[in-house]
Design a protein around this ligand. Structure first.
Ligand code: COA
Length: 327
């Protein structure tokens, strides 16, 4: 096993107070509460106010993580923000967060790996810590997806929500990250995309008319690839550590669709009661998803000392990531 030197000191999360229910969506697009629950498991999701920025949510989650870790902002060496919905294309959301936290000694950069982003960022933080470059690293997964969701597209707008989650990592702590696995498959980059707003297609009147500034998704293909790649990623990280599934106390998967999560536990023949879900309340919050779920797991004291826990996610890119923790 590698990586006994990086551990999680504490976590935090933030959900906006405004709740968007399936009944609300019934008034916005042609859909029904029953259809959404049956096909996705989602009952409601949180949506931030117009003036509540992605960086504001990130800061709320970060403050809680810092408090729970007993770390001051000035002690941070690095802040990594994983997001696909930055406040602005530049500067990075991590720099905005660094400024708002007054983390004056921290370097800061954003990491874009969509829904796998939080685990990608934890993997990156572990590498920085174990190389001896940095001691205390703040990792945040945060999204204001409501700004990029096409609220006229019933096949995607029902899925997504806003929120943020954060952890502080440091050297030689308990709660170690034992193994990590990250992969990408750019040949599937069209499955989930925001076509306009980058340098390829700057937003103009034509793009606004085509609604290409919003998220586009091939739902069925994404579903299948998500099940396959997350199942493989769980096994990969467990095998790396020479453990077996029966050693795992809890899997915390990306909350994309309850049926995807159920299909993964079926394929693995892993008890569904050992798979954490909050999708019914949060929807898919992309890079924030695993981070928020992880914080809930800690708050609810679901895991105990020395438990093995697997985090796993899949997202646009496509990307896939998993991580094994010993609590
Ligand atoms: N309400 C009612 N009907 C809807 C609907 C909605 N919100 N969205 C789609 N439909 C309709 C479709 O138009 C289609 O109708 P048709 O048969 O007359 O053409 C029918 O429901 C079935 O659509 P389909 O796309 O086959 O449904 P599905 O079972 O694949 O569920 C998703 C759609 C989006 C819920 C599902 O594919 C999914 O969750 N995919 C993965 C998405 C994901 O995880 N993305 C993020 C990855 S990180």
């Amino acid at each position: 096993m590698n990586g006994l030197n990086t551990g999680i000191m504490g976590s935090g999360s933030y959900l906006p107070s405004k709740i968007l229910t399936n009944a609300d969506l019934e008034n916005m697009v042609e859909t029904s509460n029953e259809w959404i629950i049956e096909r996705t498991g989602i009952r409601e999701r949180r949506i931030s106010e117009k003036n509540e920025l992605n960086s504001d949510m990130a800061v709320q989650a970060a403050k809680m993580a810092l408090k729970n870790s007993n770390v001051n902002p000035e002690e941070l060496d690095l802040i990594i923000v994983s997001t696909i919905t930055p406040d602005r294309l530049t500067p990075s959301t991590s720099c905005i967060v660094q400024g708002k936290l007054k983390a004056i000694n921290a370097a800061a950069f954003d990491l874009s790996a969509a829904c796998s982003g939080f685990i990608y960022a934890l993997t990156t933080a572990k590498a920085f810590i174990e190389s001896g470059n940095f001691n205390k690293v703040l990792v945040i997964g945060t999204e204001k997806l409501s700004s990029f969701v096409d609220w006229k597209d019933r096949s995607s707008c029902i899925l997504f929500g806003d929120g943020a989650g954060a952890v502080v990592l440091s050297k030689n702590s308990e709660h170690s990250i034992l193994n990590t696995y990250i992969r990408a498959d750019g040949s599937e980059s069209n499955l989930l995309r925001i076509p306009a707003g980058g340098s390829e297609l700057p937003i103009d009147e034509k793009q606004l008319l085509l609604r290409t500034n919003f998220l586009k998704m091939e739902g069925k293909e994404t579903f299948k690839l998500g099940v396959k790649s997350m199942t493989e990623a769980v096994l990969e990280v467990i095998h790396q550590a020479k453990l077996s599934l029966s050693d795992i106390a809890l899997i915390i998967p990306h909350q994309a669709n309850l049926r995807i999560i159920q299909a993964i536990s079926d394929r693995l023949k892993f008890p569904s009661e050992k798979v954490f879900t909050n999708i019914e309340r949060c929807g898919n919050t992309s890079a924030a998803s695993v981070a928020i779920a992880f914080d809930e797991v800690l708050k609810k004291q679901i895991i105990k000392k020395n438990d093995y826990i697997v985090l796993v996610a899949f997202g646009a890119g496509t990307t896939v990531a998993s991580l094994l923790l010993r609590w």
